[in-house]
Ligand binder design. Structure first.
Ligand code: SF4
Ligand code: SF4
Length: 372
């Protein structure tokens, strides 16, 4: 390690008062005031290790520096970080349609047409991932994965490669035999979109008939009884930002408690970067300025359409921002291509964000890297 090399805080590092996050490695660490002060200082002013070691106001400096370097929180200042990408999570649009029309989802205002990813394309995607086993794969881009006629075969293909599945579903089509099939393995987490225990409220929010409510409710009950060994468990998402959201979540917590372990998440449903705008979703807008604090999607997540196109992210409902085509290029070539690099630079404050970018309407984009 040359004494002349200057180090900077990686652009992928962001911190709140007590936690340090690294978007590239997808890791989070507890940090104290001195850790965060040092990272903030080196984000603004890169310095050599020798000079950093003599900062008088930071305690246990050597220990901190060793940890920061080991975890890539500090990197050589000359590193071009726009080239960095690790696929921790992969969303594969196996099926475009959804059987529901949730009021907080763009499928309710602009439903997607039918479309199922061919199995040979699915297989190609998995082979493109070789050597890069993601933490998990999901079968979603606003489609309901259980509509897919190849659902079981795809799960088997993931099992053969030891790639875990996170299943996002509304549960309506999850009959008992599907629950049993999922219990055979390969599932990392199941997330049910179930916005209310009250049938009429559920029907109103999901815009579905009551018989669908009973099917979804039974799927959750049976899954909780049957799938107790899923590593990250079962989650029930309570969407729709209304004054009743906390009450709806509590009702769900109380009712399902007797069936098994699960988490309830109240979700800050958002406008999906402007794809849906109503009183059930939070709407965001940023101005086209320089210095944004980043977004984990462009450094750690891959999103592939049913036709094989790699698009920006889960907020890109209409898949307008195309980074490449998995049928023609490797993941690495796509995610280090000119558009991916430009977007990474804009999101992580290395270049001014161009007017009209989808991210400017997205609540996921961070406005800074050091926040409370
Ligand atoms: S939120 Fe999920 S279940 Fe509801 S319409 Fe959208 S994709 Fe379908
Ligand atoms: S900021 Fe929003 S729109 Fe931009 S990549 Fe992240 S999630 Fe997608």
């Amino acid at each position: 390690m040359s004494a002349a090399i200057k180090y900077k805080t990686s652009v992928f590092v962001h911190c709140n008062k007590s936690t340090i996050f690294n978007d590239l490695t997808n890791r989070a660490f507890a940090g104290d005031e001195d850790d965060i002060a040092l990272l903030a200082r080196l984000a603004d002013s890169p310095n050599t290790l020798r000079d950093i070691s003599s900062f008088p106001d930071i305690k246990r400096l050597d220990e901190r520096l060793e940890f920061f370097l080991r975890e890539n929180l500090l990197v050589p200042a000359s590193n071009d970080e726009t080239l960095d990408f690790i696929p921790h999570r992969v969303d594969i649009e196996t099926c475009r349609q959804c059987n529901a029309r949730c009021q907080f989802c763009p499928q309710s205002v602009s439903p997607k047409s039918r479309g199922v990813m061919p199995l040979d394309l699915f297989s190609l995607i998995l082979s493109r991932l070789e050597g890069n086993t993601p933490e998990w794969v999901a079968f979603n881009h606003y489609g309901e994965p259980l509509i897919d006629p190849f659902f079981r075969r795809r799960v088997e293909m993931l099992r053969e490669r030891n790639i875990p599945l996170t299943l996002f579903t509304n549960g309506i089509l999850m009959k008992d035999d599907v629950v049993d099939f999922l219990a055979e393995g390969g599932v990392y987490r199941i997330v049910f979109n179930f916005p209310s225990l009250e049938p009429s409220e559920w029907c109103q929010l999901m815009q579905m008939p009551e018989q669908s409510y009973w099917k979804a409710r039974r799927a959750i009950e049976t899954s909780l009884k049957t799938n107790s060994n899923i590593p990250q468990g079962i989650v029930i998402s309570v969407n729709g930002v209304t004054s009743t959201q906390a009450r709806r979540a509590q009702g769900i917590k109380d009712y399902f408690l007797s069936f098994g372990d699960f988490q309830v998440r109240t979700v800050s449903s958002n406008s999906r970067a402007g794809a849906i705008q109503n009183e059930l979703v939070q709407i965001s807008s940023h101005s086209a300025w320089q210095g944004y604090g980043g977004c984990a999607r462009i450094v750690g997540q891959l999103h592939i359409s049913s036709e094989g196109r790699v698009y920006l992210c889960c907020q890109d409902y209409d898949q307008n921002v195309i980074l490449g085509d998995i049928r023609q290029e490797s993941i690495s070539a796509i995610m280090t291509g000119p558009l991916a690099r430009q977007l990474r630079a804009e999101m992580f404050g290395l270049a001014p964000m161009k007017r009209g970018r989808l991210c400017l309407n997205c609540n996921v984009l961070r406005e800074g890297r050091f926040y409370n």
